[in-house]
Design a protein around this ligand. Structure first.
Ligand code: TGC
Ligand code: FAD
Length: 411
């Protein structure tokens, strides 16, 4: 049975025979992740969101067992799945909650991908198998208090002293930083050295942006938690403060020394969100279809009114169109042909469509829609973050705009 219809209305949401576009192995991967989500995560998500507390280490280990951490990476204990399988897994996890998909994205697409793509063999051997198993939790520190969308304005500095680097600055809004064992942190430096993909010796002594793998317990590192969140409550968010934090050169990601380093990683996480946000939207629609079928208004089920049906139809059409776009982008990615501005188009579309659907579904539930008993308002609140992180909607409009016109209008 299609995962577009895993609750009370078999096949109702699927308008395009979506599963006919998937291979049997993609369907079985998708179903395994959906089963895991429905049995192990869904029963507990309301409590995690309400309390803002969740057992991350336990979740990381279970995600590792399921094979969804660094799912689309090859070697070093990583599952080596396809981009489409990875996307389907993101969709099923985010159908439960965006915070849980964030855990998966930050670990696999950001921290692990950074090490896999830009790290040394020693770094890959040391960290990737344990991150893939969920024995270690990773995070990715790029955003700063005064540099979010404008990554190039980052203030965090790395200064080389002999075989060591001294790091100073702070990162903000970092998923999992308070509990991460392994922190990938991006800095600006005036004295890049060593062999990097941008020209090795060409860059020696020149300014650039370099990434470091910092282990918890390193002197000068602290990671305060950010509290009072109204969104992504089933996720831990924090700062990364570096106060004369010293790391050896062996902790530097050696193969990049420009913003291409972190921005390449963002492409991966943005891709996962294209699918993930649609999982949240699907869950809102399933919840709302079931609710409106049993909610009497003016002596008839709410679902029997024309206005209600128009809303449900429009939302379902948007969901199906967006899924087709996600799948096409996934197929391009599996062929190695996906361009960053295409990823932006998918991220922009999926997050906007999902947020619209979550808000409309919340309103169809009336007052019942405002508690965590039903999922739409929880998803809507989460999707506010998803719209903002991994590049705001405006950043993706500008990236697409640049591809269309050849003009960069960021600054
Ligand atoms: P620009 O001058 O255009 O580029 C600098 C260097 O980067 C390269 N580049 C890319 N490489 C790979 N992929 C991309 N998408 C790339 N975009 C640019 C570019 O070729 C150049 O390379 P090189 O080697 O020649 O130096 O950069 P810019 O300063 O003009 O900035 C462009 C802009 C605004 C698009 C960029 O800053 C941006 O994307 N800003 C948005 C920031 C963002 O998305 N932050 C996300 C933080 S992580 C997060 O939110 C995690 S949320 C948790 C979860 O995922 O669940
Ligand atoms: P700003 O950049 O200050 O933007 C504010 C507003 O101005 C936005 O609407 C934006 O679109 C608009 N704007 C900015 N520039 C322009 C322009 N040129 N033209 C028109 N409008 C513009 N970051 C990490 O590095 N790692 C993480 O793990 C991580 N996790 C996160 C988890 C959560 C829950 C949240 C909410 C954020 C997380 N982030 C993370 C940070 C996230 O990536 C940033 O919030 C995001 O990039 C936007 O930056 P900002 O918040 O500083 O907003």
């Amino acid at each position: 049975m299609s995962q577009l219809s895993n609750t009370s209305n078999p096949n109702t949401l699927d308008l395009v025979a979506f599963d006919s576009l998937l291979s049997s192995s993609e369907i079985s991967t998708r179903n395994a992740v959906a089963d895991f989500g429905n049995h192990h995560l869904r029963p507990r998500i309301g409590e995690w969101f309400d309390t803002g507390q969740l057992p991350i280490k336990e979740i990381a280990l279970s995600f590792g067992d399921l094979g969804i951490l660094g799912m689309h990476l090859e070697g070093y204990g990583c599952p080596g799945g396809s981009a489409v399988e990875y996307g389907l897994a993101c969709m099923e996890i985010e159908a439960v909650d965006s915070g849980l998909r964030s855990m998966m994205s930050v670990q696999g697409s950001l921290a692990m991908f950074a090490i896999h793509h830009w790290g040394s063999d020693e770094q890959k051997d040391k960290y990737l198998p344990r991150l893939a198993a969920g024995e270690l939790v990773g995070c990715f520190g790029l955003t700063e208090p005064s540099a979010g969308s404008d990554v190039a304005s980052m203030q965090t500095r790395a200064k080389r002293e002999g075989d060591e680097w001294v790091l100073n600055g702070s990162k903000m809004w970092i998923t999992n930083s308070p509990i991460a064992d392994v922190l990938v942190v991006w800095t600006r430096t005036e004295n890049v050295d060593g062999n990097d993909e941008n020209g090795g010796e060409r860059n020696a002594g020149k300014p650039g942006h370099v990434g470091f793998i910092i282990e918890r317990g390193t002197p000068g590192l602290s990671t305060p938690t950010i509290n009072r969140k109204l969104s992504l409550r089933a996720s831990v968010t924090g700062e990364i403060v570096l106060d004369d934090c010293r790391v050896s050169d062996a902790q530097r990601l050696p193969h990049v020394s420009s913003l291409r380093g972190p921005l390449t990683c963002l492409n991966e996480a943005r891709y996962g969100i294209i699918w993930g946000a649609l999982g949240a939207a699907r869950d809102c629609l399933q919840t709302t279809l079931a609710y409106t079928a049993q909610r009497p208004v003016f002596k008839r089920p709410l679902s029997s009114f024309q206005l209600t049906q128009a809303k449900l139809s429009d939302m379902t059409v948007e969901l199906n169109k967006s899924l087709l776009m996600a799948l096409q982008l996934g197929r391009l990615k599996d062929r190695g042909e996906l361009k960053p501005h295409q990823t932006s188009a998918g991220k922009l579309n999926s997050t906007r469509v999902a947020l619209d659907i979550a808000r409309e579904c919340r309103s169809l539930l009336g007052a019942a829609g405002i508690t965590t008993e039903f999922s739409p308002m929880r998803h809507a609140n989460n999707l506010e973050s998803v719209l903002t992180y991994e590049g705001t909607a405006e950043m993706h409009q500008l990236i697409i705009g640049q591809a269309l016109t050849g003009e960069a209008a960021f600054r």
